[in-house]
Design a protein around this ligand. Structure first.
Ligand SMILES: [Fe+2]
Length: 455
């Protein structure tokens, strides 16, 4: 009798049990193998091209990775043929970080990255620009939504973005100043391997010349790699009020004040340090344009529903009820979120913190006038909300949230220009065409909202 036969009953029943045993075996193999596969993904040890972190007027951080331990060296200068400065790590390693300091504001620097023996990454595409100080400088940023899925659509959107930026280059300005994401940067589990395949490789051409500010999404939070891969200006390295936390912080860039918030791992409740810091940071900033970035949207009828309390553990309710009053009182102009894999962009809103069914349209919503939303600066002048969650794939949903001016399940990327008293947003499709276009204008003569929130 064979070994297998000893585990099977005699007679015809054995022929029924054999496939059951095989199925159970396969299920066990999957149950054990999948976590091992993901766990192994945490240990990506291949090369990773340079990317830029913590921009400021006088400093920039470069990160990269090498397969073997070595001393990292950055050679840099203001002319591509003359990289006369050198920054060098003190100890060898595979994960590299060098912060270049003592730089001039709003200035382009060329760089090469390598080791004491030579350069690994060098050439025409390796340059960055330090942050401007003046609020009069026009700034352009792009917003990638839930981007970390290496699909054909992701590549098409990226190609459309780079082609559009080249076609619409601004005189004497870089093609892009900042790259923001709304979170979920590495599907499905936020492992190091998935960050490499879903984020660093597809966007390498952007990341080497544009600093990236990634929001923290629920898929990033499945592993602990996110906070190791990026540098966070917790101590005011990029401007704003020091937060003391990697999970919430500010970045100043010319006229722009960006606050990055963690709605994924932090309870968004009154008294939480993130909310206290946010209130103080917004009161302290003197930058005229204020943008808030988080993963969970306060308003969406997409692949998530902000009216369902059980959706996403109530995060969207928390954001709406506890974050929005602070953001609107702090004069935030634009709130960017993802999570719902579509594009939804609101009218000018103020003081709507309930579900869609209780929207008081005359009191809380103002439509554009001849294509322009006009708002007063200061508390409760009005805020635009955008769900940008479809830079790699678009899902289906009802797309009928009443605060939205535009709702569509189309992959794309949002490009925002801030220039003087105007903010212009364009949603760029994968085919290079512009879908939504909106303009928000700071105008002291704009009518005030009359909803009681201003008092
Ligand atoms: Fe998400």
């Amino acid at each position: 009798m064979s070994r297998l036969s000893r585990w099977l009953p005699p007679g015809p029943a054995r022929w029924f049990l054999l496939p059951v045993y095989m199925l159970v075996g396969l299920a066990l193999l999957y149950a054990v193998g999948r976590p091992i596969h993901v766990w192994l993904g945490n240990f990506y040890s291949g090369p990773r091209a340079p990317y830029l972190q913590m921009p400021s007027p006088d400093a920039m951080t470069l990160r990269w990775q090498t397969p073997q331990a070595e001393i990292g060296v950055v050679r840099y200068g203001r002319r591509p043929d003359r990289l006369e400065h050198t920054a060098r790590e003190a100890t060898p390693g595979e994960e590299h970080r060098l912060r270049l300091t003592g730089l001039e504001p709003d200035t382009r620097y060329y760089y090469a990255v390598g080791n004491p023996d030579g350069n690994r990454y060098a050439g025409a595409g390796y340059h960055f620009r330090t942050a401007p100080v003046s609020a009069d400088v026009p700034v352009r940023f792009a917003v990638l939504g839930d981007p970390g899925d290496p699909t054909e659509q992701q590549k098409a959107v990226r190609n459309a973005l780079t082609a559009w930026l080249e076609r619409h280059a601004r005189p004497n300005r870089p093609w892009l100043d900042l790259l923001l994401t709304t979170g979920d940067n590495a599907y499905r589990s936020g492992s190091n391997e998935q960050f490499q395949r879903g984020f660093f490789e597809p966007y390498a051409g952007l990341l080497r010349s544009v600093p990236v500010l990634p929001a923290y999404g629920n898929h990033d939070a499945r592993r602990r790699v996110f906070f190791r891969l990026f540098d966070f200006p917790a101590h005011g390295e990029s401007g704003g009020l020091p937060s003391g936390s990697k999970r919430w912080f500010a970045v100043d860039y010319g006229p722009l004040h960006v606050v990055m918030l963690d709605t994924t791992s932090q309870p968004v409740v009154p008294g939480h340090p993130m909310l206290d810091w946010l209130r103080r940071d917004l009161a302290a900033t003197d930058r005229p344009w204020r943008v808030a970035v988080m993963h969970h949207p306060p308003y969406t009828h997409g692949s998530h529903d902000s009216d369902r309390r059980r959706d996403s553990h109530g995060r969207m309710f928390e954001v709406r009820e506890h974050l929005l009053p602070i953001l609107e009182a702090g004069g935030v102009d634009l709130v960017l979120a993802g999570h719902s894999h579509m594009y939804e962009r609101s009218h000018l809103l103020d003081c709507h913190y309930g579900t869609s069914g209780v929207l008081d349209r005359p009191a809380s919503l103002r439509e554009a006038n001849e294509g322009v939303y006009r708002k007063r600066t200061g508390p409760h002048g009005g805020t635009l909300y955008a769900v940008v969650g479809a830079s790699a794939r678009a899902n289906q949903g009802p797309l009928d949230h009443p605060v939205m001016a535009v709702s569509e399940a189309k992959v794309g990327v949002l490009v925002v220009d801030v220039d003087g008293d105007r903010l212009t947003g364009r949603y760029l499709y994968r085919d290079g065409k512009i879908g939504d276009r909106f303009v928000l204008r700071h105008d002291p003569a704009a009518p005030a909202f009359d909803n009681g929130c201003q008092s």
